[in-house]
Every structure is written in structure tokens, then in C-alpha cells.
Write a protein that binds this ligand. Structure first.
Ligand code: ATR
Length: 270
């Protein structure tokens, strides 16, 4: 990389941070597009959060990414919050401009954009979301914003699904969103199924979040897991002829959207 005195740093804060693929991913994109930035990961304990954020401001960072466990605890330090990030209640991307911090959540946003880039539009589609954690919340907010026709949420702990459904309903009037029980899932025929749970992730690769389910070949089946790249869930779907998308779309999508926010540059999702 050609690092000069003009090169703008961009940070990543989280704890742990050692496993993160983001520095590799971001710096490769900056190099490819000639973006004069450098991306560095900083392991940050909760007690040091404010100090680290202030240091980023002082050192003229263009912004930073936020990962576990700070996606919510960073909120009090922000001056401004994007609407969807406010609904989601969590931030993974912060832009620093004129010393002010604005928070965004690009997890669901980049994911939906990445699907669009493949020609898969969620608008008008019936979507089944597996899981009701942070990733599901981010994805559901953007499914609602993009005008999915209906959203069904299936989760191990039903109360978590109910809470997510109520939250999205409250924030996006007119959207049809409901929980669905495992026994009733065969009664709906979603055009898109998205796994947001960790079921099937390495090392438990023989697990699937949807067992004894008959996929239909015209369904788009998406997993946000990228280790392995083809989960059992995706393999089952592919075996009956479904179109499948693996977890790299979410990983890359959230990074691309963050770069667009920091630099104003359009980056090719491919
Ligand atoms: P993330 O931020 O990646 O979404 P999370 O907020 O911890 O992570 O959410 C994990 C999701 O995966 C939850 O929906 C969780 O279900 P519960 O609400 O019942 O905890 C789901 N999940 C995790 N392990 C699971 C398992 N073994 N079987 C079924 N669902 C599981």
C-alpha cells in the first residue's frame, strides 16, 4: 500500500478482534480502488471505549467499524444516528465528519444491496427469516424498508421472535410481519428464506436451522454464515434446485456500504 501523510486511517473496535477478516477485506478494496485510507483493528475493552473513540476523533480518522460487544454501547457517544440504525438499536459503522460522529448499521443494508446486485429484489417478496438476534433485526429492518410483501420470523425462543416482530411493526407501519411456529412453516410458501442463526456454522457443520422442510426449486435460499461457505442448509436447498447465496454477501455487503458512507465512492459488490 502507498501510505503517505495524507492517508486517512479507519478503525475497527471490538473485543475479541483477532479473528476479524475486515482489515484484509477493507485494505484490499482500498488498494483496488485507489482509496487513500488504511484500515486497522483495535482491540477495545468496554472501559476504554470512550477514550478510543476520542482518539479516533483527535487523529482525524475518517470513521470506524464497531463489532461485538460494542454495537449498542457505542450509541451514547454518537452525535447523530441514521434512521434504520436507530430502529435496529445497534451501530456497526461510524462516520467522523467535522469532529461529529454519525452512526449507521450496514449489516442488513449491505446485505440487501448485495442481493439487489445479484438481481434479487426483496420488494414485493414473501420472506422467511430464521433467527431473531441482532443480525435478524438488522435484516428485518431493511426488508421492511425495501417493501417486502410479508416477513415471517421463526426462532428457537419464541418470545425473542415476538419481540422482534412487535418492534418492526411499530417502526414500519403497513408492513406485514409475523412469527411462525416450526410446525406451521410448511403452510407458508416464502420466495426467500434467510438463515441468520449460527446453526450450521463450523464446527457443527452437519446441523441445519431448517430440518424436515421441503424446499421448492423457485425459492431463493440465503445463509449469513460464511464458514463453511456452503452450509448444510444451503446444500439441502441447492439439491432441490434452489438458487442459493452464502454468507460472503453479508460480510462483503456491510463493508462495501461502510466504504460508500466514509468515502462517497461507489464500490462494485462483485
Ligand atoms: P447475531 O448478532 O449474529 O444475530 P445473536 O444476537 O446472538 O447473534 O442471535 C443468534 C440467533 O441464533 C438467535 O435467534 C438464536 O436463537 P434464540 O433467540 O433462541 O437464542 C439463534 N440460535 C443460536 N443458536 C441456536 C441453536 N443452537 N438453535 C437454534 N437457534 C439458535
Amino acid at each position: 500500500m502507498n501510505i503517505t501523510p495524507h492517508t486517512r486511517p479507519i478503525g475497527l473496535i471490538g473485543c475479541p478482534i483477532e479473528h476479524s477478516l475486515s482489515p484484509k477485506l477493507h485494505n484490499a478494496i482500498y488498494q483496488k480502488y485507489g482509496i487513500d485510507c488504511v484500515y486497522l483493528a483495535f482491540k477495545t475493552e468496554k472501559e476504554k471505549l470512550e477514550e478510543v473513540i476520542n482518539a479516533f476523533k483527535t487523529l482525524s480518522f475518517a470513521g470506524f467499524n464497531v463489532t461485538v460487544p460494542h454495537k449498542q454501547s457505542v450509541l451514547p457517544f454518537l452525535d447523530d444516528l441514521d434512521k434504520e440504525a436507530a430502529v435496529i438499536g445497534a451501530v456497526n459503522t461510524v462516520k467522523i465528519e467535522n469532529g461529529r460522529l454519525k452512526g449507521f448499521n450496514t449489516d442488513g443494508w449491505g446485505f440487501i444491496e448485495s442481493l439487489k446486485n445479484r438481481g434479487y429484489n426483496v420488494s414485493g417478496m414473501d420472506v422467511l427469516v430464521l433467527g431473531a438476534g441482532g443480525s435478524a433485526r438488522s435484516i428485518c429492518a431493511y426488508l421492511a424498508k425495501e417493501g417486502a410483501s410479508s416477513i415471517y420470523v421463526l426462532n428457537r425462543t419464541e418470545s425473542n421472535a415476538e419481540e422482534l416482530v412487535a418492534h418492526i411493526r411499530k417502526n414500519y407501519s403497513g408492513i406485514f410481519i409475523n412469527t411462525v411456529q416450526r410446525t406451521d412453516v410448511k403452510l407458508i410458501m416464502p420466495g426467500i428464506i434467510i438463515n441468520t442463526t449460527s446453526v450450521g456454522m463450523w464446527p457443527d457443520t452437519s446441523d441445519s436451522p431448517l430440518v424436515n422442510y421441503s424446499f421448492s426449486p423457485n425459492q431463493l435460499v440465503v445463509d449469513i454464515i460464511y464458514n463453511p461457505l456452503q452450509t448444510k442448509f444451503l446444500k439441502d436447498a441447492k439439491d432441490v434446485g434452489c438458487k442459493i447465496v452464502n454468507g460472503l454477501d453479508m460480510l462483503v455487503g456491510q463493508a462495501v456500504k461502510a466504504i460508500e458512507i466514509w468515502t462517497g465512492m461507489a464500490v462494485d459488490y462483485d
